[in-house]
Write a protein that binds this ligand. Structure first.
Ligand code: S3P
Length: 171
């Protein structure tokens, strides 16, 4: 069995779906943001503040390389910006089956409204404008990396998303 990798914009439900999926399939869970925070002993916010975005992106690429050397399948939840670098997309192709959780702008804005101050890529911007422009920039990368795309709609439960993922992957 290949690794199952969830990608998508912040707020699309990757982490929660990955957690449920890993429990249902009894697979190890790897959350790239948490792994980077643990390794650096800093929060993502602190990394952005102290080291800057490009250092964080290098950490993401290094982590993908490390994950490629791991034995045994796991469920991997990616930080929302991970597929933007072409180098990362090439690593993802080798790493496993990539599932894109595609949520429309309105759903993302609603979900991120309360917590966007905790997200360095969103803090200080007009939320809707910023999410809209990042989505536009990233959509091609998400689609290019994906083996399957799952539509996430308003009110959709995490369990529904997980069922769609399992169906798409024949699991
Ligand atoms: C980012 C998404 C975040 C985290 C960092 C940058 C992005 O992960 O990696 O704040 O560029 O979209 P989540 O998508 O898990 O929130």
């Amino acid at each position: 069995m290949k690794n199952l990798i969830l990608e998508g914009f912040m707020g699309c439900g990757k982490s929660s779906a990955a957690e449920m999926l890993s429990k249902e399939l009894s697979l190890e869970l790897c959350d790239t943001d948490s792994m980077i925070e643990k390794a650096q002993k800093m929060t993502i916010n602190e990394i952005f503040e102290k080291e800057g975005e490009s250092a964080f992106r290098d950490m993401e690429t290094a982590l993908l390389e490390e994950l490629g050397a791991k034995t045994g399948p796991c469920v991997i939840s990616l930080g929302g910006g991970m597929p933007v670098r072409a180098e990362n997309r090439a690593l993802l192709k080798k790493l496993g089956t990539v599932i894109y959780l595609k949520a429309p702008l309105r759903v993302l804005v609603n979900r991120l409204e309360k917590e966007h101050d905790n997200r360095p890529m969103l803090r200080g911007y007009d939320l809707e404008e910023r999410i809209g422009s990042l989505l536009k920039e990233r959509e091609g990368a998400y689609l290019e990396a994906a083996d399957f795309t799952i539509g996430v709609t308003e009110g959709m439960k995490i369990g529904d998303t997980v069922s769609c993922i399992r169906k798409a992957c024949g699991l």
